[in-house]
Design a protein around this ligand. Structure first.
Ligand code: URA
Length: 263
């Protein structure tokens, strides 16, 4: 069936409207875990199909990451292992280096953001720019200074500060999971939709998820912790009225930690 030019124009105009509104990806109604990659079966198929070679690379890169991450028994060793990893495509996209973590690696709270930005890339530490300073202020006001360790779903700055792709997050995930395993935090704070997607493997909207406790449980190692998704502090720089919601989520975090520490 041929579409009428009028219909095509209407669809184009609707797509342009969505793009202007920041909608840059289409999802199915049911959540799809794109990080699982159906590894062994896909690997076999892709070996025979040259056109989908990147998936094979991704499977190999993820297993390299897992191998490196599992070899690290301290957070310091894990940061070094991540810095030696070359399997994330972001490594060759202009980032100066690996930005792994900041704070006390024995802290009871693990904070996970999206990806390093320009200032983090220059400093080699996460959340040192404007958004990070705002986050630090909120953490301090909640009495949590010194009780957090901060990292990201990927450790290299994406070009143009774009959102990391699910594939980039998936190859870095073994390092994030190992950090979770080594720290065994009492609670985790996820900053923004991309962090929630990367860690909780969900396409649910951040507005719906924020303010609600979820559970993050590792498949191996029997490690779990309550997880609070909230809005990204960079969003608050443009939408200061949303600070109220993030503040409420951070207070929830402080209360949860208090409860866990006094349990
Ligand atoms: N935004 C993030 O998500 N992470 C950083 O480290 C800095 C800004």
């Amino acid at each position: 069936m041929n579409a009428e030019p009028r219909d095509i124009a209407a669809v184009e105009s609707l797509l342009a409207f969505w793009a202007d509104a920041g909608v840059d990806a289409c999802f199915e109604e049911a959540a799809v875990d794109r990080t699982i990659v159906v590894a062994p079966a896909l690997k076999a198929v892709t070996r025979a199909t040259a056109s989908v070679t990147p998936v094979v690379d991704m499977v190999d890169a993820t297993s390299d990451a897992r191998h490196l991450a599992h070899g690290a028994d301290t957070m310091e060793a894990l940061a070094e292992a991540a810095a030696s990893f070359k399997g994330c495509e972001l490594v060759g996209m202009g980032a100066r280096g690996c930005v792994f973590g900041r704070g006390d690696p024995h802290a009871p709270i693990l904070i996970i953001g999206e990806a390093p930005g320009a200032e983090e890339d220059a400093a080699g530490e996460p959340f040192v720019g404007k958004a990070g300073k705002l986050l630090d202020k909120m953490i301090a006001a909640a009495g949590l200074t010194g009780k957090v360790y901060t990292t990201n779903t990927v450790f290299w700055r994406p070009p143009g500060n774009r959102t990391p792709t699910p594939q980039e997050q998936a190859v870095c995930a073994p390092f994030v999971e190992r950090a979770f395993f080594l720290m065994k935090p009492k609670a985790v704070l996820l900053l923004g939709a991309a962090a929630a997607r990367g860690v909780l493997k969900t396409d649910e909207g951040i507005m719906r998820m924020r303010g609600q406790w979820r559970e993050w449980r590792l498949a191996e190692g029997d490690v779990s912790a309550p997880v609070m998704p909230t809005l990204h502090p960079a969003f608050l720089l443009h939408q200061p009225q949303a600070k109220r919601q993030v503040w409420a989520d951070i207070l929830e975090l402080a209360v949860k930690l208090d409860g866990q520490e006094n349990a």
